[in-house]
Write a protein that binds this ligand. Structure first.
Ligand code: GDP
Ligand code: MN
Length: 376
């Protein structure tokens, strides 16, 4: 299964690869609002599962929110190589200094993976390979060894990429292996004017044979999916609609499942399953909250986060920013524990949002959210 760009970039972000801030919509009016939120100037990008969108007129810079609406109107419905554009992504424009190409692809014949990289990114790699084959490095990767920092350094060196790309190459390998992908490609991977490395485009093909390991892949194969699930899927969220009234957001599928049990144990019913993953950025938190809050059956929301690699203060920052972006109308109970929990709680306390209260234990939080849902 091929992913859309916005889904691919979601996976990149979860694995710590930096991507520009962006949102997806199917409405020109919403495109205008999104552009305003993103600072005015945006890149409007057709979401279709084919490359060469730039050349086909499916990637355009809009100078302000009004232009973003107009451009979205132009691009939505457009036909790109037989794919009708149903959604556009609006992204914060990036000041590009250099464009690179990097990918890992399964080399079935050789029984291993192949890293393909080039300092000549941006244009189609087939073109570069045809005209300047020496500019495209091809480095075999033993699947049992994987891509270590040393392997990544060899790939970067062979392709003439700067040393800062080594970290991205390692993380991209993690995307491939952890997400069961057969192909991951970033074109362009860019060095920005201020020296950061960012993925401006993404292509991921997941291995359908691994579907059983990813119960939540769902996606486009379920055309008759629940509308909330469909909305969540366009944001790349792992969301499953349930029948109750307590919205649940957590990080890590196991923790979320325990949270559902805890809510049920307190005499309420969970309204959904939503795992925002280990990264739990402000954007993901905002996307998650907006999906959960748009469920009319939800009467309270339980946010249950155990800080691991992502510290609780970062998650709390995310919640605060999400609160400003989403403007909840229903009460939230937040339980933060683990790495930097005290700091995270202090961040939420300082924000003092009238609809947000904190709990220190999962059972306490579940009990409170259940009570709010059944009595308000
Ligand atoms: P593709 O044509 O389907 O591969 O779509 P891309 O997402 O790769 O976009 C096409 C091209 O637009 C990229 O190769 C970039 O050169 C350019 N582009 C996309 N986003 C930005 C941006 O934020 N800033 C700049 N300067 N260029 C961008
Ligand atoms: Mn591209």
């Amino acid at each position: 299964m091929d992913l859309y760009e916005h889904q691919a970039r979601q996976l990149f972000a979860e694995h710590g690869i930096v991507v520009p801030r962006a949102e997806v919509t199917d409405s020109p009016k919403r495109a205008r609002e999104i552009a305003r939120r993103l600072g005015g100037r945006v890149v409007v990008k057709a979401q279709v599962k084919t490359g060469g969108r730039g050349k086909a007129g499916g990637v355009k810079l809009a100078a302000d929110p009004a232009a973003a609406e107009l451009t979205a109107r132009q691009i939505l419905g457009m036909d790109i190589k037989g794919h009708t554009v149903g959604t556009v992504m609006l992204a914060q424009p990036v000041d590009v200094a250099e464009e690179f190409y990097v990918s890992y692809v399964l080399d079935r014949a050789a029984g291993r993976f192949l890293a393909i990289a080039s300092a000549q990114g941006g244009t189609e790699i087939e073109e570069v390979a045809a005209t300047r084959p020496e500019a495209v490095a091809r480095v075999p990767v033993d699947p049992a060894e994987g891509v270590t920092s040393a392997t990544a350094a060899r790939i970067a060196e062979a392709a003439g990429l700067p040393p800062q790309t080594v970290d991205v190459l390692v993380r991209l390998w993690e995307v491939l292996t952890r997400e069961d992908a057969l192909l991951v490609e970033v074109n362009p991977l860019v060095r920005t004017g201020d020296g950061r490395i960012m993925a401006l485009d993404g292509k991921v093909t997941l291995d359908d044979n691994a579907r059983f390991r990813h119960a939540l892949w769902g996606g486009e194969d379920s055309a008759d999916a629940d509308p909330l699930e469909a909305a969540a899927a366009t944001k790349g969220l792992h969301y499953v609609k349930l029948d109750g009234e307590v919205g649940v957001i957590g990080n890590g599928a196991g923790l979320v499942m325990s949270t559902l049990d805890a809510v049920a144990g307190c005499g309420a019913r969970p309204a959904n399953f939503l795992d925002i993953g280990g990264g739990a950025s402000a954007q993901v938190m905002a996307d998650g909250l907006s999906v959960v809050l748009s469920d009319p059956a939800v009467r309270s929301v339980l946010v249950n986060v155990f800080g691991g690699i992502t510290a609780c203060d970062a998650v709390a920052d995310g919640i605060v920013r999400a609160l400003d972006a989403v403007r909840p109308t229903k009460p939230l109970v937040v339980r933060l524990d683990g790495n930097n929990a005290a700091r995270g709680r202090a961040v939420l306390e300082a924000r003092a949002h009238p609809l947000v209260e904190q709990a220190t234990t999962m059972d306490g939080a579940a009990g409170r959210a259940a009570r709010l849902a059944t009595t308000t």
